[in-house]
Design a protein around this ligand. Sequence first.
Ligand code: MN
Ligand code: MN
Length: 463
Amino acid sequence: MIEVKRMKTENAWKKYADKKPVFDFCEGYKEFMSLCKTERECTDEIIKQAKKAGFKNLDTVIEKGETLKKGDKVYANNMGKALALFVIGEKPIQEGMRILGAHIDSPRLDLKQNPLYEEAEQALLDTHYYGGVKKYQWVTLPMALHGVVVKEDGTKVNVVIGESKDDPVVGISDLLIHLSAKQMQKKATEVIEGENLNVLVGSIPLEGEETEGVKENILSILKEKYEIEEKDFVSAELEVVPAGEARDFGLDRSMIMAYGQDDRVCAYPSYKAIEAVTEAEYTSVCLLVDKEEIGSVGATGMHSRFFEDTVAEVVALTGGNALHVRRALGNSAMLSSDVSAAFDPLYADAFEKKNTAYFGRGLVFNKFTGSRGKNNSNDANAEYIAKVRQVLDNNEVGFQTAEMGRVDLGGGGTIAYIMANYGMNVIDSGVAVLSMHAPYEVTSKADIYEAYRGYKAFLKDIK
Ligand code: MN
Ligand code: MN
């Protein structure tokens, strides 16, 4: 009899003799997710962890006139919103790097630059949403305010309101069902209007204030607690995000519910994988970028020259030249990680079952993403995919391949195609997410753990 190999990926849970390492790894992830709800908070926390793990600030290495050699660990901080970490390998960098990339920005509501107003004795903050959101999902939830206010003299005030038990939360109202006959007839895109995503923050008028007393009271609270004034909102980045901690999800605790898992569910295991590198043949890199959700634009997005310039610095510190920078980039291999859509039996119609990601089947690979005939996608080379497959199989990492939903239903972009511009091998990979871009997204712990294992195997073994 000829043995026929079926294209069926095993459920990773079945292979664990001991599930404890899976759950333990995810405890660290949950802590990270509860703490880090903005790109700035992610950058700060990862730098904190990296320093503990022996990573040095690249700027300091340059300032001190030091050089870099095999085994050295450095990080570069891009405006506090993105970062790149390097572990120098045995081979010269021009032979290529092994890069793990992900993004650390997530959909949210940003305060406008002139946000605070009072109406009907309520104080509200006007927002403009960031990234793709179903606006109707963001009302009647406990929300928190995270971000920075930078005063004219440069003083930076960090703001986190709504996370500790004693903190108040804020939020957006919705019309009561009793009066919603008209609203319920609207299209889902119009049920909640973008301009109506205004956050209620107060209702007590300041004593002695005849006009806009509630707004004045909020301003006096901000002044007292943070020493900020109304005009300081102009130079602030304040993000309204779902309040509360990441939680175990499911009666079997097999999943995690948290805000911002797109794409921190890939960023965290990518960082943990480079943190675990002690020695490697090729230089290992973990690149965590901002602005993916709005097109990878700006100084902290993947389109910026930051990474290329940082590689140039690292190459110079290992004794290389400008040509070596081009070669280092062109000869690299990358896992560009971003979340994939997990199959949802409630919306089975949106998926093509043979080519979709399932919870528990491990790290997801997308040969291409994009929409309307693969537009704007990175189409990974078959030769490269073969190498990646082999490394994962050799290391017994659970993985699956998928497309984002049925053909022509929609699609999404990632940072993969931008890195591919250097001529390096890149493939989209990542973790499957249920309810992607909703205030609370759900992931499988087995997938997070397999992602971590897969990233480590990639850094170690890709030739
Ligand atoms: Mn993403
Ligand atoms: Mn996204």
